[in-house]
Ligand binder design. Sequence first.
Ligand SMILES: [Zn+2]
Length: 211
Amino acid sequence: MARKRREAGNLELIGGQLCLDFTNTYTQTEVLHHEYLHHYPDLLAWSRHASLLNDDQAQQLDQKAAANPTRATAVFDRAIVLRGTIYRIFAAVAHQQTPLPADVAALNAWLAEAPGRPQLVSAGAVFTWQWRQDASALDTMLWPIAWSAADLLTSADLPRVRQCARSDGCDWLFVDTSKNQSRRWCSMNLCGSRDKMRRYYQRKRGISSKG
Ligand SMILES: [Zn+2]
């Protein structure tokens, strides 16, 4: 059976933190450029998929966006800018570099503007955020993403942030929670096996060309 096409609403959530999963909606490497968020409905689909919104909220926002296309586009553009900010911060961290002050300032600007923190609400064994402010605002899903970035930056997990080691075609970020902190790829399925295969054939070619 053909593998289901990867899109915003079914993309692998392998980052271990919401903010990293959000950056993984885009890939830009020397050999691959892939965007999973093309417009506001994709942001909604991903937010639903990442459990930032429930079905009712997503549907409500979808209708609201359709009625306010200019506003929805503006929110979408801000989301993409936020994603770039978060990506650059954690890509720097993953390579033991200091994030650009401009990016930290941009994230701080988000935090300063953020509405009050939402409350935790339990639904069985699962907890979700419940916003005390207007959950029907078109940008309601962006605040938890910004908070997640701030939380990760101040958490003990920060040194575990990694970037996929696949030598072509992947720049995804993740928190390495493996026991001996040896996770190299965003996922063995997606990148680990392909990378190993590529290196194998490269080695093989290298050897045969010498022979
Ligand atoms: Zn990868």
